[in-house]
Design a protein around this ligand. Structure first.
Ligand SMILES: [Zn+2]
Length: 63
């Protein structure tokens, strides 16, 4: 409830509220489904987050 649906699609680059341990907050969206699969732009590490958590964590969608 109260969560604004985000128009995120695979291939988008997003800025997260919580940065990756490597210091970069920018991730590329690899896959969207029950989980979001994101790849850190700086170190290339891939992370999988539950959809709700990922949506809450996205600050903005980059061009
Ligand atoms: Zn990283």
């Amino acid at each position: 409830m109260g969560v604004i649906p985000l128009a995120v699609s695979a291939g988008d680059r997003v800025e997260m509220k919580k940065p990756h341990p490597c210091g970069s907050a920018v991730f590329t969206v690899l896959r969207i489904g029950m989980d979001f699969k994101l790849k850190c732009d700086k170190c290339g590490h891939e992370v999988t987050l539950p959809r709700k958590k990922a949506e809450k964590n996205i600050r903005k969608i980059l061009e």
